[in-house]
Ligand binder design. Structure first.
Ligand SMILES: [Mn+2]
Length: 380
């Protein structure tokens, strides 16, 4: 807490009264244990750092180096440039999302060792730049997947949505599938080849490949004072014959034991894990809170078996109990980084799907309010 006292002697002299103002500033350090962050996609992001800075209680930026092919070493200059820009805008750069994992590592093929060495070098370089948490995922081929990018809602907003029957009817080798980002990553031929290479990889093999990866990187992360935080699979079930393993409580328990080190932890993404109504998120938050270093907090509404749409962040907007999730995190001792996750498009905003400014800013202030209330009532 900072006590700021001001007295304006000019006014005292002029009008002969004493003006004495005491303002108590509840700085971020004392208001929250958690640190509020916002994802930013770099210079090409229409949402600028200056705008993000104006969201109340915003601490830091979550971003990555985007000018290097997946798997390769990030230049120190690029890392430093990001840090300087973010710091100049008055925010911290302590979380990277993501350092992507090369498919050869997930496939466990002979090139894996080379890519793991590059990955370790990235960890070292980010550690030197003051990064504390690295988010990554271990989903084969596809990152997050949706069947609709602009599901219209009654209030005039729109958001991403996932309809299981629509996804199952899609063939990733034709152009029907719409997923931001992925279709630019691979040509149809490359995708066909990649899907073929995964034919021999079942869940157990993917577990083994993940363990080999962790065994290579976790000691380096520990040395560099970095917490690795795996992002759960989104949605948390296998697709197109590809295995997915970071999906539920049992598997997360197994994951944490693969390399049982504090440097081996989680990004707790409620929208991803919450897509399955079998996942009890408050329970998971409580159980894994001390190994959760980064929380993506957003709400979704279940619309059918394995189907959902993204909604505003508050509990009453969707199917997830955000209050109980935050309570579970706080009561388990969570003091990591939090960010609002995908937002709807509201107020006519257009831009990167899920990553507009307005709804995510509303989400950020809602989350700040939840944390303030829960942290302060738990501290009593
Ligand atoms: Mn997420």
């Amino acid at each position: 807490m900072q006590l700021i006292c001001t007295s304006d002697f000019d006014i005292i002299n002029k009008i002969g009264i004493v003006v004495f103002t005491i303002s108590i500033k509840l700085g971020k350090d004392t208001a929250f244990n958690m640190k509020l962050t916002f994802r930013w996609y770099g210079e090409n992001d229409p949402v600028t750092l200056e705008k993000i800075r104006q969201i109340p209680t915003m601490d830091g930026i979550v971003t990555a180096v985007y000018d290097v092919p997946v798997g390769e070493v990030w230049s120190k200059e690029s890392i430093q440039a990001l840090k300087s820009k973010i710091n100049a805008a008055g925010m911290a750069f302590e979380v990277v999302e993501s350092v992507p994992v090369h498919e050869d590592i997930k496939l466990g093929n002979p090139n894996a060792a080379k890519w793991m060495a590059s990955y370790c070098e990235n960890i070292r370089r980010l550690g030197e730049a003051g990064v504390k948490v690295i988010c990554y995922n271990f989903m084969p081929v596809f990152d997050w997947l949706r069947s609709e990018l602009r599901r219209a809602h009654k209030d005039g907003s729109n958001s991403l949505a996932y309809d299981n029957s629509a996804v199952l009817s899609m063939n990733p080798l034709t152009s029907e599938l719409s997923l931001p980002g992925w279709d630019e990553s691979y040509t149809k031929e490359e995708l066909k080849d990649l899907l073929n290479r995964y034919k021999g990889i079942d869940e157990e093999q993917l577990w083994r490949n993940l363990q080999a990866f962790l065994q290579a990187i976790i000691p380096v992360a520990k040395e560099c004072n970095i917490k690795m935080a795996i992002h759960p699979d989104d949605p948390p079930w296998g697709l197109f014959g590809l295995p997915r393993i970071i999906t539920d409580e049992v598997n997360i328990e197994r994951f944490l034991k693969l390399v049982d080190s504090p440097a081996n932890g989680l990004s707790f993404c409620t929208g991803s894990l919450g897509a399955s109504d079998k996942n009890d998120l408050p329970k998971m938050a409580r159980r894994f809170g001390n190994r959760i270093y980064f929380a993506h907090l957003r709400n979704i509404r279940w619309t059918g078996e394995r189907s959902f749409e993204e909604v505003g962040h508050p509990t009453s907007c969707g199917s997830l109990d955000m209050y109980e999730i935050v309570k579970g995190l706080v009561e388990s001792g969570f003091d990591g980084y939090v960010r609002p996750d995908h937002g709807r498009m509201i107020w006519g905003e257009t831009g990167r799907f899920g990553y507009g400014l307005y709804d995510r800013a509303l989400g950020a202030t809602y989350l700040a309010g939840l944390f303030e209330a829960v942290e302060r009532s738990s501290a009593k």
